[in-house]
Structures are given as C-alpha cells and as structure tokens.
Design a protein around this ligand. Sequence first.
Ligand SMILES: Cc1cc2nc3c(=O)[nH]c(=O)nc-3n(C[C@H](O)[C@H](O)[C@H](O)COP(=O)(O)O)c2cc1C
Length: 370
Amino acid sequence: MSAFRRLIRRDSDLSFGHTEGTEVPAVGHLVLCRGAAARGNSGPGQHSSPPRENHMSVIRSALEAAVRAPSPHNSQPWRFEVAGDRIDVLLDGDRVLQAADPDGREARLSCGAAILNLRVAIRAAGRTPVVELHTDPARLATVRAGGPRAASPEDHALARAIAYRRSNRRPFTERTVPPHVREALVRAAVAEGAELTLVREPGLTGELAMLLRRAERTQRADPRFQDELARWTVTEGARDDGVPLVAGGPRAEPGTQLALRRFGGGGGERPYERTPLLAVLSSYTDVPLAQVRTGQALQRVLLTATTAGVSVSFLSQAVEVPAMRSSLRRLLGRPTHPQAVLRFGYGFSAPATRRRSVDQVTHHLAEAPS
Ligand SMILES: Cc1cc2nc3c(=O)[nH]c(=O)nc-3n(C[C@H](O)[C@H](O)[C@H](O)COP(=O)(O)O)c2cc1C
C-alpha cells in the first residue's frame, strides 16, 4: 500500500437509451439513478479471474473511452499506466492550462471525467470497475477491471453515449428540457457525490448571465489568457488536440444574454436561445481529490444528457476568474464550491474533436507477479 491515503469506491449505477442522428435526437426511456450507496457490486476478489486475453481487450476499450473525455481547450491533461487489469490515471502537468487553470482544478475535473469513462466502459464490458482515488497530485487514481458482472442495457447506453457526447457551442432551440430529464441530470451529479443546481428563476439566470459576461470581458482583456486560447485553437485536422475552429460556435447577436468562449470562428452573427437552461455543478469541498470526484460527476451528467438527446456546452469563465467564482458562490447562496457552469438544450449536431491515441498516452508496465 502506498503512503498515500486511498479512498476506495466502487462503481455507481445509471441510465437510459440513446440513438444518433443529424439533429441531436430525443431518446429512450429514463431510468433514474439510484446512487452509489444503493449498489451491491462485488469486488475484484469475489470472482474467478477472467482470461488474460479478455482483460486485455477490456482494458483497451476502457482506454479508448477514457481519451474521449472533455477537457478545457481539448488539452487532454492525462496519461495512463497499465499493468495487467489495472490502469493508473496520471495528471499530465505539462498540459495544465497556465492562464485559464493555474491551479490545475479543471485538469483534475478532466481526469475525473476520463475515470468515469473508464468505469462506464468496464461495466459495459461485463466487469466490475473498482476505483481507488489517491491524494498523490500526479497519480490521481487506480482503476481495475474486477470480477464479472452482467452489463445492463443502461450500461451499454451510457457507454455508447461516450462517442456521441460533444460540446455544442451552437445556438439551441427554444424547446424546454422537460422536468424528468432535468431530474435525471441532477441525480447523475448526486450519484457521484456532487450537486447540480439548475438555475430556474429568470432573475437568477439574468444575474448569472451578467456574471458570465463580466468574466468573459476579464478573460478577453487578459493577454496571457488570449495567447493561450490562440495556441489551443487549431485548424481542423492539423493536430490531435486543441479546439478546431469548426467546433467554435457562431458569434452571438448583439444583446444576447450569454457570452460563449470564442475560438476564433468566423461567420455571421446568430441568435441564441432566449431562455437558456443554465446549471452549476458544485462540490462539497474544494480539495484536489474532490475535484477528481466532481469530474466523474461532470461526465455522468454529460453522458446522461447525451443519452436523452440534450446538448451541452460549458461556460467556465465564471469559475476560472477567481473573483467571479466567489460571486457565483454568493449568487447561488450555497456552501458548495462551483466547479463548472453548463448550458443545456436541444440543438443540432456539433462536430467531434480529435484526441491523441491511446498508444500516445499509455505506458505499459510489466505485470507484477501474483
Ligand atoms: C473543465 C472543463 C471546462 C471547459 N470550459 C469550456 C468553456 O468555458 N468554453 C467552451 O467552449 N468549452 C469548454 N470546455 C469544453 C472543451 O473545450 C471540450 O471538452 C474540448 O474542446 C473537447 O471537445 P468535446 O467536449 O466536444 O469532446 C470545457 C471542458 C472542461 C472539461
């Protein structure tokens, strides 16, 4: 056992069905999340070991899922070490955004999202994911493919959603996200120990939108932030990381409530939805380990939205500018710590962004003798 304190938790449950189309479709039945505590997963030692070739393909498909996680500016701040049925998730400090994310908070959220993808893929492969979160700032977690466990249709739906999920910065329609889907999004966050506050009151939406505009102005006036943004804004196909121009949303018409991050996309101005559904994902503490956990909540919320045909974009300005993050906390009147601001709605499909391959980010270690 390493000197680092380890928190051991097993996988939690969720979800519902998904299909794909040009217009992001509404889909399948909704199974509300029961939460991690309600689960009776079996641990790794309670089953006979699956054959080695099986666990190699499980690990491979889990890593393919992990690299599809979101990350700010598509920086992909992760690396993986594999030994047998064990994957260590490492934070790649060279990929932490120095201007947008000097403390690495969003990089830890991103690695948390990658961990959730590992868990989901392992479950869909019929194995029990066993996760240890570490307090080591560089080695964030160990995920193992444990004993056999029959995958449910919901496991498969969530796993399928990994490939279809994407940040959609385009205007959404005025169609309202119905209460049962909102409830599922909230439950997805709760199941991972976080809180998703949906901003329902128009007055509060207005205040949050104002805060976002102020934060966006602050970042636009910050040359370090702008230089960094320019470095991570890429021509389509030129690199396996960064945000391609085509993934940036169109410019919003003057008078639009929301301020979305501009990735240099040209084109004309377009109206955005008049009544956006905004939400704030928060954690109960703000220590690094809580941020890794909240990253898992973030990804469960995003996958849940994807399975329901709901598009999502991030509005992180308000949590990246420290003064605005404090204002946001006051605005919500909650003792929790805002980690991400999200916008939900119904939209048309957005382009997928590229990733570095599994082989580029994975180091294989010799298996320890058992
Ligand atoms: C913690 C975090 C913060 C993010 N903040 C923003 C943001 O403020 N604005 C934005 O347009 N995208 C934001 N993104 C989305 C990333 O740019 C996006 O995940 C990345 O480009 C990969 O694209 P994909 O999500 O479509 O796979 C954020 C993602 C993460 C994980």
